[in-house]
Design a protein around this ligand. Structure first.
Ligand code: ZN
Length: 180
C-alpha cells in the first residue's frame, strides 16, 4: 500500500474501510485499523457481524440499504446492493473515476463455478449477479483473486459463470442516499 500511494503521490493514511461483505476471509483483519477509520458496509453486513461477534471484524459505523456514495480524497466510490448472491450482503463497489468495478467472489478466475457455485448462499442471485455487474460501466474488474481481469469483460463474466446470455439490461442505480 505504501508503494502504491507513493507512486501516485497520495497519502498512505487510511481513513475509510469499505466492507465488501461480512465473511472473515475478506474483512477478518478489519480490526487492525483500530478506531481511526470509518467502516462502511451494507446494513445486512452489520447484522451478520453482530451475530458473529468476532472482534477481528468490528461493526461498520456507517450502513446503507440500497446505495451509498463515498467521496473522499477527491475520489468517488459508489456502493450498491442489488440483492443476495454469494452472500446476503455482497455489494458492488464502483470507482467511476477509474472505470473500475470491484465485485467479490462471484467471478473467480480459473474456477468452474458451476461445480460448487463458490459456496454461494443464494444460487439464483449468484447466477444473475454477472448481468448486474455488466450493466454498470467499467473497463477494469477487481475481484478477490490475484489474476487481473482487463480482457473482454463480457467474455470473462460469461465464461466464469457458465451463463448463456444474453444478459438482461438492468439500470445501475446510483444515488446520494445518505447513510442509515
Ligand atoms: Zn465468501
Amino acid at each position: 500500500m505504501d508503494e502504491i500511494a507513493a507512486a501516485n503521490g497520495v497519502t498512505n493514511r487510511v481513513t475509510h474501510l469499505v466492507y465488501s461483505y461480512h465473511h472473515a476471509d475478506h474483512v477478518g483483519a478489519a480490526s487492525l485499523f483500530g478506531g481511526d477509520v470509518a467502516r462502511i458496509g451494507h446494513e445486512e453486513t452489520k447484522r451478520l457481524l453482530e451475530r458473529d461477534g468476532d472482534p477481528a471484524r468490528p461493526l461498520p459505523e456507517v450502513t446503507f440499504a440500497d446505495t451509498y456514495t463515498l467521496e473522499v480524497g477527491g475520489e468517488r466510490v459508489e456502493l450498491a446492493w442489488h440483492g443476495p448472491n454469494h452472500s446476503p450482503d455482497n455489494i458492488y463497489i464502483h470507482f467511476p473515476g477509474h472505470d473500475t468495478l470491484m465485485f467479490i467472489d462471484v467471478v473467480n478466475a480459473s474456477w468452474v463455478p458451476i461445480y460448487n457455485v463458490n459456496l454461494s448462499e443464494d444460487v439464483i442471485g449468484y447466477m444473475g449477479a454477472p448481468a448486474i455487474a455488466l450493466s454498470c460501466p467499467w473497463t477494469h474488474f477487481m475481484r478477490w483473486d490475484r489474476n487481473t481481469a482487463e480482457r473482454g469483460r463480457e467474455r470473462i463474466l460469461r465464461e466464469r459463470t457458465c451463463w448463456p446470455g444474453p444478459y438482461p439490461c438492468k439500470a445501475y442505480g446510483v444515488s446520494d442516499r445518505s447513510a442509515s
